[in-house]
Design a protein around this ligand. Structure first.
Ligand code: AMP
Length: 617
């Protein structure tokens, strides 16, 4: 196994990173550290956050500084204040045992005077946003004559933020002898031009993670109509009660809009984008890092400064233009040995874009159905039950209030009480999701196919049918319309098999393969018992007290027999034997009647004609 020592890292730095728990170098570090320490040529690194790039450029940068000199020897450019701070903090951690080293972050939006005072004391490494550094250079407060290392971190983001001219300008001020390294997750032409114009024989290192995506990340997508995206987003969030994730939007305005809607709809969400003031951005990020916020709705640029390792989900509300940015987003989950899910919410015209991303990642997306209301309700109730189970009960504090509350609720048993507690949430969900439409986009061709496959008998009424009327209980019976089982058959079946007091039937729902019917409260068990193994034209009857939780439609699926009218009647009425018996009975009755009449005629002296008319003999 390669060690940091093998890469040429100095003893005092080794000690500090060992304390940070860095055992072995990460791939980008293995490549970049020896290059920066030993080679003359420059470096372009294609790597995203989370690959260990800060130590890759940070350790050699620190090692190249001569601490006996106070002059600035290294500049590191970062796109945002947050990244400056983060890089600076990391470098200070690595430099814990390096004496006489001063590293200073300088960025826009905070007092330039304070930064100038600090600079005047002598700073060997400056970590800066390009605009502020240029300002300080122009004021003569930063002298780049002795700079031997220039690092451009997140170069593509600096381009996105409009810093490209500033970068070019700064690079004009550094000596030609400096060594330069540029990290970027993507390589747009402007960035490629910086490399071409200012770097010497740049060696390119690409870290696998850029194209592969983390093995711990599952990539899924939902396809909905463009107008349904927000509704689908809410369903996804409802289905993930414990989500801790970032929702990525392409523009600042859309990030703000989605965040505002989510907040108004009661979600634990907030926005992070460049239109917010620095103080607002800091406050949101703090809340999110401390997990006082579940969902952060962000633009790619603004989220860069946020380093959180345990995100459960990444949701791309809109797909980025650049495929590599998708990788960058999803690489924010599934870190540190954890698993994560990266979700893309797309509309039908974005399928090709998704295929491009798949090619780029070398991984396939799974299409998932937008969570259905019953699945969401189940998840939410389970989560609530989980919270009830795990809530900390402050015995001493609550004791004072308990007697009164216990007295008020004393008439409820524990099951009732639980039902009522769950109903506080359940009723809201039920109301919200009542008549909720299907959101998955199904192309017309597939819709037609589905229609063809749709069973003739529709069992969608099942759920409503499981509820009894007031004062009644519901009974399920395994015979339905396909068995030729209709209301008279049910009444006859119940009457034939029950003894004692007559059973009063209420509402009857006849479905394809089964039926549900009401009996007066208290009668259900008696009826179920009576119908056990009863016979309905050769079909053995099974009955049970109907349960609200059972989906009888799906349980009886596959037993459906489609019968034509004649067959149904035959099943219903027992067909031939009965009709035959009856015909035979009729014939017998007619013959007997004829016999009686002939006898009577003979007695009275009448003779019948061919048409039955009577004549006196
Ligand atoms: P970065 O890509 O620089 O943001 O680093 C991602 C995370 O990996 C940070 O939390 C680093 O502290 C951590 N890290 C960097 N290098 C190593 C290493 N060699 N071993 C373990 N963790 C590391």
């Amino acid at each position: 196994m390669t060690t940091f020592q093998d890469l040429g890292v100095r003893e005092d730095l080794l000690r500090a990173i060992a304390e940070l728990g860095y055992v072995a170098p990460m791939p980008i570090q293995e490549k970049v550290i020896p290059h920066l320490l030993n080679e003359d040529s420059d470096v372009v690194g294609l790597a995203q956050t989370g690959t260990g790039k800060t130590a890759a450029f940070g350790l050699p940068t620190l090692q190249r500084v001569d601490t006996s000199l106070k002059a600035t020897q290294a500049i590191i450019l970062d796109p945002t204040r947050e990244l400056c701070m983060q890089t600076c903090n990391d470098l200070n951690d690595y430099a814990k045992y390096v004496d006489g080293l001063r590293i200073l972050p300088v960025y826009g939006g905070s007092s330039i005077e304070v930064q100038i005072r600090a600079l005047r004391k002598g700073v060997q490494i400056i970590v800066a946003t390009p605009g502020r550094l240029l300002d300080l250079i122009k004021r003569g407060e930063v002298n780049l004559e002795n700079v031997n290392t220039v690092i451009l971190d997140e170069a593509d983001e600096m381009l996105n933020m409009g810093f490209v001219d500033d970068i070019n300008n700064i690079l004009e001020h550094v000596p030609e002898t400096r060594k330069m390294l540029m990290f970027s997750a993507t390589m747009p032409p402007e960035i490629a031009n910086i490399a071409k114009n200012y770097m010497r024989n740049p060696q390119e290192y690409m870290i696998g993670a850029r194209n592969e995506g983390s093995a711990n990340v599952r990539h899924i997508y939902y396809m909905v109509r463009a107008n349904d995206k927000y509704l689908a987003l809410k369903r996804i969030c409802d289905y993930l009660p414990r989500v801790y994730g970032i929702i990525f939007c392409r523009t600042r305005a859309s990030a703000q809009e989605i965040a505002t809607h989510l907040m108004e709809d009661g979600y634990d969400a907030d926005a992070l984008h460049g239109d917010l003031s620095q103080a607002q951005r800091d406050a949101v990020m703090k809340k999110f890092r401390e997990r006082n916020l579940q969902l952060l709705v962000a633009t790619d640029v603004a989220a860069r400064g946020l380093d959180v390792d345990d995100l459960t989900h990444i949701i791309s509300y809109s797909l980025p233009d650049d495929n590599a940015v998708y990788n960058h987003r999803s690489g924010r989950t599934g870190r540190a040995g954890k698993t994560g899910v990266s979700i893309a919410l797309i509309h039908s015209r974005e399928r090709n874009k998704l295929r491009d991303i798949e090619k780029h990642m070398g991984k396939q997306f799974e299409r998932c159905e937008v969570p259905k209301p019953n699945a969401i309700i189940e998840k939410q109730l389970f989560n609530l039950a989980d919270r009830l189970e795990n809530v900390e009960v402050k015995e001493d504090d609550i004791a004072e209030y308990m007697p009164q509350v216990l007295k008020k609720l004393s008439w409820l048993d524990s099951e009732d009480l639980l039902k009522r507690m769950l109903s506080l949430e359940f009723n809201r969900l039920l109301e919200y999701y009542q008549d909720a439409p299907e959101l998955d986009y199904v192309p017309e061709k597939e819709k037609a196919k589905k229609r063809e496959k749709k069973p003739k008998y529709d069992n969608t009424r099942d759920k409503d049918c499981r509820t009894a009327e007031e004062g009644y209980e519901r009974v399920f019976v395994n015979a339905g319309k396909a068995d030729g089982f209709f209301a008279p058959s049910l009444i006859e079946l119940v009457n034939r098999n029950t003894h004692g007091e007559r059973v009063d039937l209420g509402r009857i729902d006849l479905l394809t393969n089964y039926s549900l019917f009401d009996v007066r409260e208290g009668d259900a068990k008696r009826v179920v018992k009576a119908l056990k193994n009863a016979d309905f034209f050769g079909k053995r009857i099974y009955a049970e007290v109907a349960s609200l939780d059972k989906n009888y439609a799906s349980e009886t699926e596959g037993t459906e027999v489609k019968l034509n009218r004649k067959e149904r009647r035959r099943q219903q009425f027992g067909a031939k034997e009965r009709h035959g018996d009856r015909r035979r009975g009729h014939r017998r009755e007619r013959d007997e009647r004829d016999e009686r009449r002939t006898r009577r005629d003979n007695e009275r002296g009448f003779k019948r004609g061919p048409k039955g008319g009577k004549k006196k003999k």
